[in-house]
Design a protein around this ligand. Structure first.
Ligand code: ADP
Ligand code: SF4
Length: 673
């Protein structure tokens, strides 16, 4: 059963539960999981189907697939994708539609040919596009050939055949994809990629011809059984070189206005659509997409990292959107709609906008989520995001350390029914989450802490003790049968980076990100040297420069903050630093620092560079704070005589990593207990 309006629903949110007709089908409510990737697609179809089913169970009225390649020359390998290239693909994709239908939701299929993005490295077909162009983000320096009329006819036939397969597989909504600069229809629309002299090039009407034909073909293929949706990016942020919401983006909506049964509108490219919390707020797409409903009479769905039911209801009430689209909020909380329906909005596990999920897709592994450790474990581990088996022993548990690992372990063990004590040395809980949330733009990350503290407050069997630094004797004297050590890590003060390469001569004290996050922000000339390559280095540089320092940000890597290319933030983060006046130096090792001066040596070639620097902040790696755990483990006799049966280490005190790793580590421990 899909989430129905219940008496508990806050009346302000009632309109979120009104059904809506989309062409020949009816969405049971306004919660719409737009197409989003999984990092595995057809490499693990059962896992993907189980994850989608969880969304339907959690009340999403429409649940969509990710990209489905329509043919062998739509091949985007090594990126994972689903396929509807042959009739033999039907049964595999039907599984997801069946599971979604079991819970009363509609299933949507996103058909795609990614044009200049399809390098066809597996199928070995020649890539195709409107004109001869370099492929977009190609691994190899390869160009597409310009399609002739026979190619266009073949593409249309492939798309139509895929639409028939989607209908045969039981999907209710079938997509034509023209978004993110990842679609052949977009490439035809774009003056950047289309310099054809025939009826498919030139005027906007001509450039939109293929998109119009694909929509018409899809209608013909699915008849009155399925709705036809168009996923369309109304704004590319390229000024006159691209589609704009007040220029050609709007003109396309006017040209095609009632042709699709549903407009699924967003921003392009993907980094603009899936902006992180660091660079955007909830509902950030509204200024660009709100015109769409004034042009078309068809329903409109849009996204904007919606997690607040008030904001969602407001979008519908003000006529901005008809359906609340979500990818990331549905990953962080597959049960978000049901919680609103049951008047439990406080229980929503809100997306923090960190894009760790996207980093997984971009590195071809199953998506994981900082907030939701069960993401993509629904099928292979049978983990439910809201249900955890009752405890299998009466063991009481002492957890030392209330960062993300300790908080998640306390919550999940508490939900299993164990008596849990969580002791934290600081005056408040949160650990690194509280520290990192103080960095520029990361305040939403505190949701990792706040969600868990909110849920823990509802568990009478869990006791929280802040301001309680535990020593070995305290722990042994506590009387718990099971000890969980989650004491975290600290940033290294010595110059040892990736691979242990750098051995700089340091003749003055250095600072670490821990100092900056603790509020010690030096002014004057500051060198931030980052050998880690994650998100912290750039944020430290930004915080210092914004506080009045003159910052130089150096790294031995080819480019700064390389990890942020996977979270689609790197260009934004570096643009912000340069705009603030930070000097960027890449491909340089730090070789010496003395008061007033740092010396950097190029990775390639010879010759050192001197940088004026009153202060040096090293962003190297982190040292696990495992002293307590090791002391406990070193005396099995004392453990035994104190009645301690197990000692587990979790999170950063075991192996420093992302917050997502710490949360997962706490959850895994609780499941395995
Ligand atoms: P993780 O990401 O693994 O959760 P954090 O560094 O975020 O790690 O959190 C570790 C927490 O453990 C910190 O809040 C720290 O204050 C706390 N802590 C460390 N040592 C002790 C201790 N001996 N007793 C109680 N709390 C501790
Ligand atoms: Fe949101 Fe981060 Fe989870 Fe992605 S990984 S859904 S951005 S909390």
């Amino acid at each position: 059963m899909t989430a129905q309006l219940t008496p508990q629903t806050d009346p302000r949110h009632a309109l979120l539960f009104q059904p809506l007709r989309i062409g020949p089908v009816t969405a049971p409510n306004r919660f719409y999981q737009v197409p989003h990737c999984t990092g595995v697609a057809d490499r693990a179809p059962e896992d993907v189907a189980a994850m989608r089913e969880m969304k339907a169970m959690g009340g999403w009225g429409v649940v969509c697939t990710e990209n489905i390649e329509i043919s062998a020359d739509a091949d985007i390998s090594p990126y994972p994708a689903l396929r509807f290239a042959a009739d033999s693909d039907i049964a595999r994709q039907a599984r997801m539609a069946d599971l979604v239908h079991r819970h009363g939701a509609l299933a949507g299929a996103e058909l795609a040919h990614m044009g200049l993005y399809s390098a066809n490295r597996t199928s070995r077909r020649t890539s195709i596009g409107p004109s001869s162009r370099m492929l977009i983000e190609a691994v190899e320096p390869v160009q597409a050939r310009a399609m002739d009329k026979a190619d266009i006819r073949a593409l249309r036939l492939d798309h139509k055949a895929a639409a028939r397969r989607a209908r045969a597989a039981g999907f209710d909504i079938v997509y034509v994809y023209a978004s993110h600069n990842l679609s052949i229809a977009t490439h035809f629309l774009s003056r950047r990629f289309n310099d054809r002299g025939d009826e498919y090039g030139g005027s906007l009407e001509n450039r939109a011809r293929l998109l119009r034909e694909l929509l018409q073909d899809t209608h013909e293929a699915v008849g009155d059984r399925c709705a036809v949706a168009l996923r369309f990016a109304v704004e590319e942020f390229l000024g006159p070189d691209g589609l704009t919401h007040d220029g050609e983006g709007r003109d396309v909506v006017e040209l095609l206005k009632d042709l699709p049964d549903l407009w699924d509108v967003n921003l392009s490219d993907w980094s603009n659509d899936s902006q992180t919390a660091r660079f955007s707020q909830e509902a950030f797409q509204e200024p660009y997409v709100r015109f769409v409903k004034t042009v078309t009479g068809k329903p409109v769905v849009g996204v904007g990292r919606f997690t607040s039911p008030d904001t969602m209801a407001d979008q519908i009430k003000r006529g901005v959107l008809d359906l609340i689209g979500a990818a990331r909020p549905s990953i962080a909380d597959p049960f978000l709609p049901r919680k609103i329906a049951e008047g439990r909005s406080d229980d929503i596990r809100e997306c923090i906008g960190c894009n760790i999920c996207l980093s997984c897709e971009n590195s071809f592994v199953p998506i994981r989520c900082t907030q939701n450790p069960t993401m993509m474990e629904e099928g292979r581990k049978l983990w439910h995001p809201e249900v955890i088996p009752a405890r299998s022993s009466d063991d009481s548990v002492l957890i030392v350390g209330g960062g993300p690992a300790g908080l998640e372990a306390a919550l999940s063990l508490g939900r299993r029914g164990h008596f849990v004590t969580l002791a934290e040395a600081d005056d408040s809980f949160g650990g690194r989450v509280s520290r990192e949330a103080r960095l520029p733009g990361l305040s939403a990350w505190a949701r990792v802490r706040d969600y868990r503290l909110g849920q823990l407050a509802k568990l009478p069997n869990v006791s929280l003790f802040p301001a309680s630094r535990m020593q070995c004797d305290d722990v042994l004297g506590f009387g718990a049968a099971r000890l969980v050590i989650a004491t975290g890590a600290r940033w290294r003060r010595e110059p040892l980076g990736r691979g242990g390469r750098t051995a700089a001569a340091l003749q003055a004290p250095v600072l670490t990100p821990d100092d900056i996050m603790a509020g010690h922000l030096p002014r004057g000339q500051v060198l931030v040297h980052d050998t880690e390559g994650g998100y912290i280095g750039g944020l430290v540089a930004e915080a210092l420069q914004a506080n009045g320092a003159k910052v130089t940000f150096s790294t031995p890597a080819l480019s700064h903050c390389g990890f942020l290319s996977l979270t689609l933030e790197q260009h934004r983060a570096l643009t912000r630093l340069v705009t603030l006046g930070v000097t960027l130096i890449s491909s340089h090792d730090l070789i010496a620092f003395e008061p007033g001066l740092a010396r950097l040596a190029p990775i390639y070639g010879a010759g050192a560079r001197e940088i004026p620097a009153d202060h040096l902040v090293l962003v190297a790696d982190r040292i696990p704070d495992d002293r307590l755990a090791l002391e406990l483990l070193s005396s099995p006799q004392r453990l035994h005589s104190s009645g301690v049966r197990t000692v587990d280490r979790i999170g950063d005190c075991l192996a420093p990593g992302l917050i997502a790793n710490a949360v997962y580590s706490g959850h895994l421990l609780a499941r395995a207990f």
